[in-house]
Design a protein around this ligand. Structure first.
Ligand code: NI
Length: 143
């Protein structure tokens, strides 16, 4: 049986700011630009979760996308959607609310539940704006 990579997209929107208290306003602006705006701003995020596996004999599915979607809604979308990433999200407490930090945290949260649902998580892509997105492969280089 051949290995197939399957991806589910979910969307959410959330507010944040990138800001270090131990830096001056100028330095925050210099490093974080518009994302350092003191009074917050929002992004419409898309998250692409890729799972690999061999199509199951009974279903032809690598993983049931309904099940994967439900899992992502519960573990990712619900905790993040319409939230302030700096203030409202326990798993981002104490860290900069960057897309890089977000994917690393999300990886740790969804890896096991996806394994229990029969899939192997191989990649998360988190899109913050049309032009900016990050990809994470669980700490290993993909190539
Ligand atoms: Ni931003």
């Amino acid at each position: 049986m051949k290995t197939v990579y399957i991806t589910r997209r979910e969307t959410f929107n959330a507010a944040h700011k990138l800001w270090r208290e131990d830096w001056s306003e100028e330095k925050n602006w210099e490093v974080f630009g518009k994302c350092s705006n003191k009074n917050w701003h929002g992004h419409n995020f898309s998250i692409y979760v890729t799972v690999k596996g061999k199509p199951h004999e009974d279903t032809g599915f690598v993983i049931n996308l309904k099940e994967l979607s439900a899992l992502l809604k519960e573990l990712v979308v619900e905790p993040l959607d319409h939230k302030n990433l700096n203030l409202d999200v326990p798993f981002l407490k104490g860290m900069l609310a960057s897309t890089e930090n977000m994917v690393i945290q999300i990886w740790d949260i969804i890896k096991e539940p996806i394994a229990k649902a029969g899939g192997e998580l191989v990649k998360i892509k988190l899109v913050e704006t049309e032009n900016n997105f990050v990809e994470y492969y669980g700490g290993d280089e993909p190539y």
